[in-house]
Structure formats: structure tokens, C-alpha cells
Design a protein around this ligand. Structure first.
Ligand code: FES
Ligand code: FE2
Length: 429
């Protein structure tokens, strides 16, 4: 595709073609060249705690059953009967030791083996080897409770793929010795928005916050103000696409919004470098390339009332369903070791801000849906967008974490790396 041949140079010069954000041809390439190669997020271990628990998820258009088998192992299999292709599990979540196809009745264990075939003797006369027709299994690996799958048998390990980004993921995943758990099932909705817009926004678009979410500052939901909003760091892992924005407000207490007991725990769960950085981080908004994002944010559900400040965490998967179309999975993560009362307050703050009815979510999707429509128009798709913010910044030399860090919260360094990484997949021969 001609556009992709020139895009590498364009990114180096701080430009990205508008067309990539809503285009059927691009989506066809993404399905195989991007989502066929990367590690995609499937679920959190706390969603399937018991043997038999399962959720159904997607990697691009492929529907996958993520299950805990009868021995406690985690298995991912394509949700497609090997007989004629019927979807064998039609629920989004549940508990079952077996799945029975509703068409001719083939039965599979939740680990994927084919164990039941009606008329095996009378019909197949011993000609069918059941061992060859288990569900198509998907390679899985996990980090701190996050379960990922890849369709590429030759993909590097998940550890290699994350490439040091684990250091930053720990701000979301290790608020205590027992990590985090989901607070209920994910909020789900469909939107006419391209997944890339959202993944970019959550790689550290501090630029939009004082405008799109201006009411948050005006009403006092944040323990910070617009004037210090540019302070902090933007960090990315070169060539991997993972990125995070870390906002810093001078004068806030360390780990603002967490109960003291948890802060004490973190002395043991986090490295010294992590403690130094995370203690002064107000907001952390990051994306695991390509489409899993996180936000941790201190928030006062009763505006201006500092005592109500709580630190909520959302994890979100921007699941593409077509060009300029997506389905949303938005979870609230809470520290397992926190008191139930704190977990509930964190969840309340999350639902006020994010999820289907979240005020900040509405601000974002209104903008994202609008711009997705614009970049799909005949003239709109021919433009280039400027990505020049922070091009001359020199990386911080003594930053406590891995990757390339710059000393600014509002910048586009992370996005240039993100779209260069995207191009390395989608534009590959
Ligand atoms: S399609 Fe599943 S048993 Fe025939
Ligand atoms: Fe936003």
C-alpha cells in the first residue's frame, strides 16, 4: 500500500496520515499483519478464579474461549467447532467443564480435547481420530495476572515482547503483596470509533485533559490544577510501542489517594526505582501495544473534598470490530489487599468517571467518534496530522525506569514511537 511506503519518513518528520485511523484496507492488513503477530490481552486471572470458569474474548475477529481447566491451568482455544465450524460457547462468561456444540453435538473438555462424538461407532466406523480434532489452541502467557494470547507460534516470549514495560505496569498491578483483582465483569459497549484513537489517547495524551475534561478541574474532581498540568514524564519502549504518561503535581502526598496500609505494603512489592517514581506520580496513563490501556487517577468523588480522594484504576481493551468500529471492555481494578470499603469507594469513583455512564468517558467518545467519522470522508482521509510536539526534547539520562523518558507530560514522543511500531507490523513484507 503506497501510503505505508512513505509513512516511515513522515513519522520521522512528525506527520501521520489521517487515513490510517478509519480505512477498510488498513483494517484488513491489521487483522493478519498486526493482530496475527502481537500478544493480545485476553483476560485477568481474577476473572476466572475457579476450575471451569471461562470468558470469551477476541483477538481481532477470532473468538476465543479463555478457561481455567479442571487442573487449574489456563487454556485459550478458538471458539469454533472442528466439525463444521459452529461457535461452541455462546455465553460471554460462565463455568463449565465441557462445551457441547449445538449443531451435531461434538463435546470438548474446557481444555480443548474432543471427548464426545455422536454416532462415533455407527457413523464413522472407526475412521475418525478424535485426537486430531481438538479445539485450535492459542498460545498464552501472563504477567502479574494479565493473560495474553498470540496467534503467532513464532512470536517472542511475552517477557521479551513487553521489553521492560513491566516496570511501569507494576504501578497498576502491584499495589500490595497480592496484586489486583477485577471489581466485577467489564463494562461493555459498541462505538463507531477506531481503536487506534483510543490507544493513542491512553499512551499519554495529557494535552486533551484540560480541554475535553475541563469540568474536572473546574469542579475540583482532581487534586491538581491546569497550571501544573505539563509537569511529569512521557516514557516509551523504543520499537515496542508501549508507552505511558506520568503526571506529577508538586506538593501532593506520596502515592496520593491510597490508604496508608497499602503504601506501607508497596515498600516491599516495588523496587527502589519504582517507589521513587510512583510516589510522585499523580496520574499514570499507559498502553500496552497495541490495544490494552490503563489509567490510575486520584479523584475526589465529592468535588473539592480532599478527604474523599481515592485512587481508582481502570483497565480497558479497545477491541476493533471493523474499520472505525470497536467494542469496548472497561474494567475497574482494585488492590486485593485493600479493605472492602476502600474497594467500593474506588469503584464508585471509577463509575463516576469511566464505564458506559462515566462523565470522562462521554467526553472522550464524543470526540473520538466525531473524528473517526471525519477521517473517513473523501477529503478528510487525504490529510496529514502534525505529530511534532516534543521532537527536540532530549531524553532524561538518569531516569529510574527503562525505555526513553522525556521530562514533560504533554508531548507526542510516545505517539511517534507507537505509530512507527504499528507501521513495522502493518507495513511489513
Ligand atoms: S458443527 Fe459442531 S458438531 Fe457439527
Ligand atoms: Fe480523556
Amino acid at each position: 500500500m503506497k501510503l505505508l511506503e512513505t509513512m516511515g519518513d513522515a513519522i520521522k518528520n512528525g506527520r501521520v496520515p489521517s487515513r490510517i485511523f478509519n480505512d477498510p484496507e488498513i483494517w484488513e492488513l491489521e487483522k493478519t499483519k498486526l493482530f496475527g503477530k502481537v500478544w493480545s490481552f485476553l483476560g485477568h486471572e481474577s476473572e476466572i478464579p475457579q476450575p471451569g470458569d471461562y470468558v470469551t474474548r477476541y483477538i481481532a475477529d477470532n473468538n476465543i474461549i479463555l478457561a481455567r481447566d479442571e487442573h487449574g491451568g489456563i487454556k485459550a482455544n478458538l471458539n469454533m467447532c472442528r466439525h463444521r465450524g459452529n461457535q461452541i460457547c455462546k455465553a460471554e462468561m460462565g463455568n463449565s467443564s465441557h462445551f457441547r456444540c449445538s449443531y451435531h453435538g461434538w463435546v470438548y473438555k474446557n481444555s480443548g480435547e474432543l471427548v464426545g462424538v455422536p454416532f462415533l461407532k455407527e457413523g464413522y466406523d472407526g475412521l475418525l481420530d478424535r485426537g486430531n480434532f481438538g479445539l485450535v489452541s492459542i498460545r498464552v502467557d501472563s504477567y502479574e495476572g494479565l493473560i495474553f494470547g498470540t496467534l503467532d507460534k513464532n512470536a517472542p516470549t511475552l517477557e521479551e515482547y513487553l521489553g521492560g514495560f513491566q516496570f511501569y505496569l507494576d504501578i497498576y498491578l502491584k499495589p500490595g503483596p497480592n496484586g489486583v483483582e477485577v471489581y466485577g465483569p467489564p463494562d461493555r459497549w459498541a462505538a463507531e470509533t477506531d481503536w487506534k484513537i483510543c490507544a493513542e489517547n491512553f499512551s499519554g495524551d495529557g494535552y486533551h485533559t484540560p480541554v475535553a475534561h475541563q469540568f474536572g478541574f473546574a469542579l475540583g474532581y482532581f487534586p491538581s490544577s491546569g497550571t501544573t498540568h505539563n509537569l511529569g514524564w512521557a516514557v516509551h519502549i523504543p520499537d515496542k510501542g508501549h508507552a505511558i504518561g506520568l503526571g506529577h503535581t508538586p506538593g501532593l502526598p506520596p502515592f496520593v489517594g491510597y490508604p496508608d496500609a497499602l503504601v506501607q505494603h508497596m515498600k516491599h512489592t516495588l523496587s527502589e526505582g519504582q517507589q521513587e517514581l510512583f510516589a510522585k506520580t499523580r496520574t499514570a496513563v499507559g498502553t500496552v501495544f497495541p490495544n490494552l490501556s490503563f489509567l490510575i487517577q486520584p479523584f475526589s468523588p465529592i468535588p473539592e473534598e480532599k478527604a474523599s480522594t481515592v485512587r481508582f484504576c481502570t483497565m480497558r481493551l479497545w477491541h476493533p470490530t471493523g474499520a472505525g468500529k470497536m467494542e469496548m471492555y472497561s474494567w475497574c481494578l482494585v488492590p486485593r489487599d485493600a479493605e472492602p470499603e476502600y474497594k467500593e469507594r474506588a469503584y464508585e469513583a471509577y463509575t463516576l468517571a469511566f464505564g458506559q455512564a462515566g462523565t470522562f468517558e462521554q467526553d472522550d467518545f464524543e470526540n473520538w467518534t466525531n473524528l473517526t467519522r471525519q477521517v473517513g470522508t473523501s477529503l478528510g482521509r487525504t490529510l496529514e496530522f502534525p505529530y511534532q510536539m516534543g521532537m527536540d526534547l532530549t531524553p532524561v539520562t538518569d531516569f529510574p525506569g527503562p525505555g526513553v523518558a522525556v521530562d514533560r507530560y504533554v508531548t507526542e514522543n510516545n505517539f511517534r514511537n507507537q505509530w512507527a511500531t504499528w507501521l513495522s507490523y502493518v507495513g511489513a513484507e
